[in-house]
Design a protein around this ligand. Sequence first.
Ligand SMILES: Cc1ncc(COP(=O)(O)O)c(C=O)c1O
Length: 426
Amino acid sequence: MVSNNFTQNRFTFLLSREVAQELLSTYGSPLYVYDGDRLRETIERITKAVSYPHTQFRFASVTNGNIALLKIFRSSGWGLHANTPGDIYLGLQAGFNPSEIVYSGSNLNRTEMLQVLNWGVTILNFDSLAQLQLCCEVLPKRTEKNIRLGLRLNMPEITGDSRIGVRPEEFCDAIALTREVGLKLSGLHFYRGTGTNATAAFTQVIDTVIATAQQLPDWEYLDFGGGFGYPYHHNKAAFDWEMFGAELSERITRLGRKIDLVIEPGRAAIAGCATLLAQVVSVKWQGEKQIVGVDTTVANLSVPSVHGGYREIFTWKQADKSSIPHSLFTTDICGNTTYSRDYLGKNCQLPALEIGDIIAILDVGAYGYAMSSHFLHRPKPAEVLLENGTHRLIRQREDYSVLLTNQMLDSSPLFKGSQRGLLPWR
Ligand SMILES: Cc1ncc(COP(=O)(O)O)c(C=O)c1O
């Protein structure tokens, strides 16, 4: 991971130093800051890019499950894409109607499958015949019949080496399974893999995906993912929504029949709408290299150093108002634990920093807070939303009590063991 300090224009669009200081003094540090106005603009731009009239956008909340943000998607006319029952649960709390939620996950057990169906989700894309079969077993007990069932596609030539999905050779068996319970297999789901900025990687496979979907006699909808990239490197090519939308709309219109199109962007919709603010708590030098310690950690933002990737880092010197450019030094930004991978930025080019200066890690809206954890036993940051020139808390900062959640502090009654003698210590 390499980060730098060249992004002033893009960044000041989100925040000024004065606002960053105000936010930190109001809500504390570290702090996830979301720009609601920018999020609405991004949603609008993506929506406009796909002109095909029967298109439904579903936000992939695997990237970010904050209810206040989900409500912005909802009020902008998008539904929700769920990878897990937890995504559905959060979506329902945010006010989505179950009919606005598409589920395309993996490996539900029977209880979870029932739960998903009882919540009333009506479009379900399955990853395996076993999951489709389980759904069909559970479904006949319900009266709801306007459910739409689909399969996730696995074709190594276009989906790569993926564990997810069903091969076209298995379609016949899948169709038989659904017909047995009086239902149709009406959808195909294509997912290209996450973070792809090469637009051609999507446009080149449209024809193959459509031809494959046409093998389903009851084909009614196409779900085209997911996976659209975001340009974390300010000087690298971005995913071209206009080109993608035009090509997909043209090809699907050419079919001459009404096929519902589902698009479920995650990262592309929300990555650029958030910044993680933190403060410098320690500075030391190792020869020419500046080692900056900050009050956040990779457990608060695990993506860059743990999973690879790149996020730009911007800094404000607390007391310095001069506009004279500072000399830049090779700098590591280190988290507040001793974990060997606790780097928020490595080999960044940054000015000499001091305790109290502010650092801003850009483009953390997707897979940021959502992938944060309690590893290292640091409570999670607060989240704040900026909208129409105001700010408000949308998730409280955790305190240490969260580390006790679900722990049994008093000794619980001893489990006496099974009557059938299955426990080895009896
Ligand atoms: C089926 C599906 N759709 C959408 C997404 C969101 O992907 P991205 O953030 O790359 O758009 C995922 C992510 O795992 C997914 O599995």
